[in-house]
Write a protein that binds this ligand. Sequence first.
Ligand SMILES: NC(=O)c1ccc[n+]([C@@H]2O[C@H](COP(=O)([O-])OP(=O)(O)OC[C@H]3O[C@@H](n4cnc5c(N)ncnc54)[C@H](O)[C@@H]3O)[C@@H](O)[C@H]2O)c1
Ligand SMILES: O=C/C=C/C=C(\O)C(=O)O
Length: 486
Amino acid sequence: MKEFKHFINGQFVPSSISKTFENRCPVDDHVIGLVHEAGKADVDAAVKSAKSAMHGPWGKFTQAQRIQLLNKVADRINERFDEFLEAECLDTGKPQKIASHIDIPRGAANFKAFSETVANHPTESFRMDTPDGKGALNYGHRSPKGVIAVISPWNLPLLLMTWKVGPALACGNTVVVKPSEETPATATLLGEVMNECGVPPGVYNVVHGFGPNSAGAYLTEHNDVDAITFTGETRTGETIMRAASVGLRNISMECGGKNPGIVFADCDMDKAIEGTLRSAFVNCGQVCLGTERVYVERPIFEEFVARLKAGAEQLVMGRPEDPNVDFGPLVSHSHKEKVLSYYQLAVEEGATVVTGGGVPDMGEDLKNGAWVQPTIWTGLDENARVIKEEIFGPCCHIRPFDSEQEVIDFANDTPYGLCAAVWTENSSRATRVAEQMHVGLVWVNSWFLRDLRTAFGGAKESGIGREGGVHGLEFYTELKNICVKL
Ligand SMILES: NC(=O)c1ccc[n+]([C@@H]2O[C@H](COP(=O)([O-])OP(=O)(O)OC[C@H]3O[C@@H](n4cnc5c(N)ncnc54)[C@H](O)[C@@H]3O)[C@@H](O)[C@H]2O)c1
Ligand SMILES: O=C/C=C/C=C(\O)C(=O)O
């Protein structure tokens, strides 16, 4: 039986409390392996090793040396691409067709992109006058924060974890990663890659386990953790912020969303349908940036609903390794129960089910998997819970609108503020609407088109802070002003 151990100080180590839990594949519920659960002592050891590594060879590396090493890590992920792909798809059930284009290449790219940013970013400098006429020179100096705790979710495990580990290491920090209990595999595999590339022991550590009273809580409450970067649910983010308040440790929060898609009658209909289909259903709807509320201008409403329904019904479900498959199961049975409870609630709240709404018949072979149907609703009131709460499944509600102001109000009427997609061929309108969205990211005539140099993060309950490009430097480094009297 495969075992997923902690990776501490360059070594794979078992649970100090001799506890393991099963890692199951959501495609058919088979057991992939046993995950070692961290006790407090394991987390202590990981944090200690990360702290010591700051004072070892890693702490003395030049920026160029660090960058060279991280480029090597990226290359090695690509060399072991098939292993990462298989591990990610077993854990999540997602189609290889998707993970081979998104998760694994981005997992590697995250190490290169942030190295480049750090290498090429200037620090500020201000020359000032002084009464003696000789002046003074101020300049900014960035140093690593220290030990960064990385708490990551299960939906894009390698991508979202390396999106934080890449910049953290590029800036010279060390990390302790707590991957989601649902998806321990790729974070563990990355430990092997770190060793193969010669990354010093203690720079990258992984502890496995759950949130409350387990690895997640032990790590975020640990005194020697200098800053915490988190991606996951907003309510979990609140708990982590409370933990971070002790010792006034910095946080970066990327949380939930209930993102609107706004489709104007003057859109390119083919593009809007293709983009909305992806934004609602890719990764079985388990993307924080996904669209769960679609607003369509009334003249094209009927046609849009019919075409989105046709597209949803053409999605091919099946095993990850089948190249024709574009739709996998949800990540787990507990998540399936949550999503199905919203499918039921939608009907209770008065929705018309346009397509889906239940569990597909996947045949004998896959009957134990966490499968649900892609689902589209119409007819709900804007105050319905299904319109207000993040479901994180392959579903969306479509509502007609009559004016630009009306749809802006609908779109913003949510506690979340992660992203929005606007579909129109009128560029003035696109800009006008985009600027009025209370979110961190807007896509016009596209969705999930990512340039790693740009700011990424959410407004309102979708997050605090921005990562990406130079923006991550604010979080991953301590900026010091040095004033030199001339
Ligand atoms: N904004 C973004 O960039 C972004 C990206 C992806 C996912 N998400 C959000 O993530 C959620 C789905 O992921 P999830 O279900 O894994 O989220 P989650 O909040 O349940 O778990 C995320 C991580 O936090 C850990 N955790 C849970 N409780 C904890 C605690 N008390 N202390 C410390 N750690 C704890 C979990 O073990 C896991 O590793 C959705 O809400 C989605 O919108 C946001
Ligand atoms: O589920 C959320 C997806 C987030 C994507 C990114 O953070 C990214 O592309 O960098």
